[in-house]
Each structure stands twice: as C-alpha cells, then as structure tokens.
Design a protein around this ligand. Structure first.
Ligand code: SF4
Ligand code: SF4
Length: 382
C-alpha cells in the first residue's frame, strides 16, 4: 500500500487520538491545539487537500504537520490494522515534500541548520560536548564492554545532563566497563529523519556509523530511547551494520545484584517514554528495576501502550510547537502523577526528564513532586 492510499482510506473516525479506554485525549498535538486538524485523522485530511492542490502551504498547515510529536499513540490505536503501522510514514512523506520546497517553520529550519553546521541540534561547538565528563574514559574496545552513546540532549541540556552524569556515576559504582566517544560523538540524526530531512539524516547516520566502526565498537548503550530506536530500527533500513544496542536501563537491570536491595519507602510511578515503550515494546525493564527497590509502585492510569507522551518527540523538544498554548500533555502528566499521590515520577528518557520538569515548574509544583530518571533515583535513594 502506498502512503498516499492511506489518505483516502482513513475514516476520520478519531479513535487514534485516544488511549484504549478513551478516558482523555492522548495525542499531544491535539491536546495543545484542540482543533481536529491537529489530530492524526484531521492531519491526514489536510495533507490530502494540500497534495491535491486545494490547500496552500500556509503557516498553519506547516504548524499542523510539525506539531506531531511522533508519539505513535495513533499507530497503536487506529481502528484499521491494515494501515495503522504506516500513519507516521504519511506525515513524514508530507514533511519531506515541505523540506524539498524549502518551506518549513522557522524553529524547524533553525534546528536543521544547527544540525548541519554543528552536528548537534543545540548549535553548540562539538568541543564542548563532553566538558561535563572529564573523568570518563575514551572508549577502548580492548578495555571496555560498552560504548556509551550519550546523545545531544543529555550532553547539552543542563537538566538532561544530570541524567548523563548520574548514569556515568552509577555505571562506575556497579563496575560496568564503558567508555565514551568524547568530541567524536555526533547527533544520531533521528530528528532530521522525523522532520523529513532524509538526506541530512543519512549523512549524519553514515558518519556516526563510520565512527562506531573506527573505534571497533560492538555493544553500544544509549541514554535516550530515541537513539536506541533509530539505531535499532531506522539505521538498518539504510545501512549494513553489525552492532548490539542497549538502553542504559538494560545494563542497570542486568547488574541489579551489585546494588544493595534496600527498600525505598517512597510512593513512585513511572512515565513510559514513547520510544522505549510504544516503539520498542519494552514495558518491563524499568518496572523490574523499580520494583526491586520500591514496594509502593503505583501505575498511572495511562501507562504502557496508553502512555501520554510528554510532547517532546518529533523535534518538538527543539521547536516547542507542542508547547505553544497554555494546555499541554506534559502539564497533564504532572497533574495525573500528583492526583495519584506519588512522591516521585520516574522517567527513562532525557527528553521526558526536561519536558516534565519544565511542566512542574510552570505549574508552580516544584516542591510537590520529584521528576527524576532511573539512575538519579537509584543514586539518591539506594
Ligand atoms: S487514522 Fe485510523 S483511527 Fe484515526 S481517523 Fe483515520 S482511520 Fe480513524
Ligand atoms: S504520533 Fe502522536 S502526536 Fe503525532 S498524530 Fe499520532 S498521536 Fe498525535
């Protein structure tokens, strides 16, 4: 089936913007804008009109396309199994066309320019990438089991950087032999792919794979589930490669016996990140770790494949299109966790960490709930 065929087959029935029990809207761009054109089915409707030449390339149309957080809720909940796996290919197809026309929203253009010039989305010189990691060794294939791929957000964003620091500290504490790429590490390119800049994605991915090969990496551990996903599922569609990929929580779970099994008396919950959960179907690793330490683990009502995305995927962490209005999914998530009565909301993705911490601050709830990643949580409380 061609992606354009789906535009005709979609019924605009709207199941795709809900979780399985329909308790609330679960498409982050729809949560923010509340216009049907910002829901998956509505977005397809306007793409169809645009491709048929009945709709001009307006700023609103571009916003509709780029505010999709690629959270994959729609893929999991569309009523039509024949084509639901291809929904995001439809949106990407339209974004590729906009890129070809050179007509994208300014924040998207700025992100891609940074990525092209600096090989990271922040526009910060690469020599600053690992300024925070002076005491971490350069990867040496003879000495280290793992190459730790840290990624743009955990290297450059100050809040996400805490996650990189604590992962490094925890790996050292449990004697995991690992090294990093220091100034050689570059972006994984996923957001270029998601934003429809396929050529830039291929250029970046090709270079990063060359670097992995040059250092003779075998087992690569990522901090971000987004990196894990792009390495495992998108790179192989373009390149021959032979590496093993893991998320940092996989390494922690494997080495749990090296940590004290001291029970933590905190009420906690876990926010499933889309790229580890819905995309890679890993709903157990983090829950195994948390239940090892905590007896008071409570599930948010929207969990696993029904998780409510923080709104940061698909480049929205950089472009902030899902944050344009007062209401957004990250704020809703914080309110849900508070209503559940938990002290800590645990995450396992640097983008979720930043988005949910921002939401907590904006809501003035800084002293009511902690948002921290798995490694920060273990270091602080175990
Ligand atoms: S994408 Fe699927 S669930 Fe959503 S409106 Fe279209 S047919 Fe309905
Ligand atoms: S991927 Fe997520 S944000 Fe994008 S249309 Fe689907 S449900 Fe909405």
């Amino acid at each position: 089936m061609k992606v354009t065929d789906i535009l005709h087959r979609c019924f605009r029935c709207g199941y795709c913007k809900f979780p399985s029990n329909y308790e609330d809207f679960n498409c982050p761009s729809y949560v923010t804008y509340r216009f049907e054109t910002f829901s998956p089915g509505g977005r397809m409707w306007v793409i169809r009109e645009w491709l048929d030449g009945r709709l001009e390339t307006s700023n609103r149309f571009k916003e509709i396309l780029y505010s999709c957080a690629t959270c994959s809720n729609c893929v999991n909940h569309c009523a039509f199994p024949d084509f639901r796996d291809m929904l995001l290919d439809v949106f990407r197809y339209a974004k590729e066309k906009l890129i070809d026309e050179g007509d994208v929203p300014p924040p998207v253009r700025d992100y891609l320019t940074n990525l092209y010039k600096f090989k990271n989305g922040f526009g910060i010189p690469q020599k600053k990438r690992f300024e925070w990691a002076e005491e971490v060794e350069d990867y040496d294939s003879k000495k280290h089991n793992y190459l730790l791929y840290v990624g743009d957000e955990a290297c450059f964003d100050p809040v996400a950087n805490n996650m990189a620091r604590s992962t490094v500290e925890l790996f050292k504490k449990i004697n995991v032999p690992f090294g990093i790429l220091t100034t050689r590490e570059i972006s994984d390119g996923l957001e270029a792919y998601n934003l429809g800049e396929t050529e830039l994605f291929k250029e970046i991915a090709k270079r990063l794979l060359e670097i992995f090969k040059e250092v003779e990496a075998k087992k690569i551990v990522t901090i971000s589930p987004h990196s894990l996903y792009v390495f495992k599922k998108i790179y192989p569609a373009f390149f021959d490669m032979d590496f093993e990929f893991y998320h940092y929580t996989h390494v922690i779970r494997e080495n749990l016996s090296r940590l004290t099994n001291s029970k933590i008396f905190k009420k906690i919950s876990y926010h499933d990140p889309c790229y580890l959960g819905r995309y890679l179907k890993d709903y157990t690793t983090v829950r195994d770790i948390l239940s090892f330490f905590c007896k008071d683990f409570l599930e948010l009502s929207r969990n696993k494949k029904n998780s409510l995305c923080c709104g940061g995927g698909g480049g929205n962490f950089y472009t902030a299109l899902t944050q344009k209005n007062l209401e957004n999914s990250a704020k809703k998530r914080i309110v849900e966790a508070l209503e559940l009565g938990v002290d800590c909301l645990i995450v396992s993705c640097p983008i979720c960490l930043v988005m949910l911490n921002d939401a907590k601050k904006t809501l003035g709830l800084d002293d009511k709930i902690e948002v921290m990643d798995v490694s920060e949580f273990i270091l602080k409380y175990v």
